[in-house]
Design a binder for this molecule. Sequence first.
Ligand code: DGI
Ligand code: FE
Ligand code: FE
Length: 197
Amino acid sequence: MKDLGKCHKKLQKHLDKERYEHTLGVMYTAAALAMAYHYDMDKAMTAGLLHDCAKNVPNEKKLELCKKHHIEVTETEHENPVLLHAKVGAYLAKKKYDVEDEEILHAIKVHTTGEPGMNTLDMILFIADYIEPGRDKAQNLKQIREMAFQSLERTVEQILYDTLHYLNERSGRIDPTTELTYEYFKNRREEQDEYNK
Ligand code: DGI
Ligand code: FE
Ligand code: FE
């Protein structure tokens, strides 16, 4: 990102006040996680700042953008186009906010459902989105905030576990990727536990 200042102004125009504040929370939380895990802070902050840039794009428009720009829409995303703010966000970050860094774009793309094999930046953004200071609704937040600074992988697993439970209770349609990602991290942990026995 060439000019983060310009980026802030533009985002403020496209997001409502609450969403913009959430975005700043994610940006600074991603920076803190980057410090803890020796990751590039600028990249973490840019990903945090822009991750929800498509959140206020109406569903119809999101679907239209996907069609026009050949972005694949899964069946679950068709039924629940809110999920698309991640993929469309990655597209807008590139086209409208001039982000060229593929790692940043990828982290934005997978920030809602996760993805098996997520890398460090993917995990930093995924976790920061969940624990930023403005969040207060999710269960186990206190414990997850503490865990976030001990292990990225375990924290991602815990967040996915809680999200799947939350969606199950509310009979929210679960994206298969969310489930696959949870299984991926659960299996990895079990393999590591087995190895360390
Ligand atoms: O955009 P944010 O609200 O900051 O956070 P987000 O991009 O993680 O989106 C959170 C919402 O996404 C939350 O209400 C749970 C929902 N979500 C995550 N995984 C799935 C899902 N919703 C459905 N229907 N299916 C999923 O697998
Ligand atoms: Fe989001
Ligand atoms: Fe978010």
